[in-house]
Ligand binder design. Structure first.
Ligand SMILES: NC(=O)c1ccc[n+]([C@@H]2O[C@H](COP(=O)([O-])OP(=O)(O)OC[C@H]3O[C@@H](n4cnc5c(N)ncnc54)[C@H](O)[C@@H]3O)[C@@H](O)[C@H]2O)c1
Ligand SMILES: CC(C)[C@H](C(=O)O)[C@@H](O)C(=O)O
Ligand SMILES: [Mg+2]
Length: 353
């Protein structure tokens, strides 16, 4: 029986992960593959209960697990710690790095029944169907950082090796070839040397994929184009920080940050988590949207266990619940039936039947 390590983390992570587990258990009830769920500490919970953001037992369990389901980490309680000890860098980023999870897939698809929930005009968002492929273990978040020799300065370093760029961009071409055949590489090659290098290598890889139409776009323009005419994008491949920022932005093309799921892969193991954070402002109130985490569970079935049919069952159950007018508060307009976090999880389980 495959082992799934569940790392709820902090804030709403504690509320949304049980809903995803509940849905995974329901969809696999009576199935020949059932999952064994184990639990671990990460982030602020790791600091408080085991002395560090990525406790040794958590890392060992993650290395041994077949897949990982993560909630979110961080919160004001730990904000004053130095960066390397914090829930984010010392916990989540350390785990991604240790497992070599370089490829972060964040699907952005507008569901027809959520067009109304969008803050953008219907004609802008109604056909959105894109994927952001974010490089996840290199770039600015992982480069050398510190205080400068001048005490009134600080620095971070953005480094990419050829190998790091090749493996993510190549995956971007493969994904585009299987979709609508368009890859947009987002960089800042008008300013950054690392982006110029990224572009050179991308052009070289393009020779192997004549069927894919490659475009390059500066990240500032990409942010604008994503809200101006998102339909133009099929697959976006980009470096770590640009992907981080663009995916929060892109989540609103689906109506809410509470809808954006993700898979972090290395060709073997996968870690599945919503792209949003621990939302301290709404934590503990049973109002967080669990759908990004539930949909991350679907990605787990697809990418880690090859259970495409069951992944689609979850995705269709989510659509059915939304179609019936049920919404968590982040998506609700007047007339919608508002559900709490747990009740939304229950509704998805019910819709699987
Ligand atoms: N993957 C992660 O674990 C992750 C990702 C992003 C931020 N963080 C951390 O989370 C903490 C809070 O960061 P932030 O406030 O910048 O970002 P955030 O994503 O936690 O919250 C931003 C806003 O979106 C709302 N929101 C987020 N998820 C939601 C959901 N599922 N349903 C409804 N509303 C939701 C929040 O209430 C808040 O108003 C910080 O410590 C940050 O470092 C962690
Ligand atoms: C919490 C933070 C370190 C993380 C990241 O930047 O990768 C988050 O913002 C994300 O998008 O997964
Ligand atoms: Mg982010």
């Amino acid at each position: 029986m495959p082992n799934v390590l569940v790392l709820p983390g902090d804030g709403i992570g504690l509320e949304i992960t049980p809903e995803a587990v509940k849905v995974l258990q329901a969809v696999l009830k009576g199935h020949s593959t059932t999952l064994n769920f184990e639990y671990g500490l990460i982030g602020g919970a790791g600091i408080d209960e085991a002395g560090k953001a990525l406790p040794d037992e958590t890392l060992a369990a993650a290395q041994a697990a077949d897949a990982i389901l993560l909630g979110s980490v961080g919160g004001p309680k730990w904000d004053t710690l130095p960066a390397p000890q914090r829930p984010e860098l010392g916990g989540l980023l350390a785990l991604r790095k240790a497992l070599g999870l370089f490829a972060n897939i964040r699907p952005v698809k507008m569901l027809p029944m959520l067009v109304e929930a969008s803050t953008l005009r219907t004609e802008v968002v109604k056909n959105v169907d894109l994927v952001v492929l974010r490089e996840l273990t290199g770039g600015l978040y992982f480069g050398e950082k510190g205080r400068g020799t001048n005490p009134n300065s600080a620095f971070d370093t953005l480094v990419y090796t050829e190998e790091e760029i090749r493996r993510i961009v190549d995956l971007g071409f493969q994904m585009a070839a299987k979709r609508r055949g368009r890859l947009c590489s987002v960089d800042k090659a008008n300013v950054l040397e690392s982006s110029r290098f990224w572009r050179e290598i991308t052009l070289d890889i393009a020779k192997n994929y004549p069927e894919v139409e490659l475009t390059h776009m500066y990240v500032d323009n990409a942010a604008m184009q994503l809200v101006r005419w998102p339909e133009q994008f099929d697959v976006i491949v980009t470096e770590n920080m640009f992907g981080d920022i663009l995916t929060d932005l892109a989540s609103m093309l689906m109506g809410s940050i509470g809808m954006i799921s993700s898979a972090s892969l290395n060709g073997g193991k996968g870690l599945y988590e919503p792209a949003h954070g621990s939302a301290p402002d709404i934590a503990g109130k049973n109002i967080a949207n669990p759908l990004a985490t539930i949909l991350s569970g679907a990605l787990m079935l697809r990418y880690s266990f090859g259970l495409e049919h069951e992944a689609q069952m979850i995705e269709k159950a989510v659509e059915r619940v939304l179609q019936e007018g049920y919404r968590t508060p982040d998506l609700a307009k007047s007339g919608d039936k508002v559900l709490g976090t747990r009740e939304m999880g229950d509704a998805v389980v019910e819709a699987l039947k």
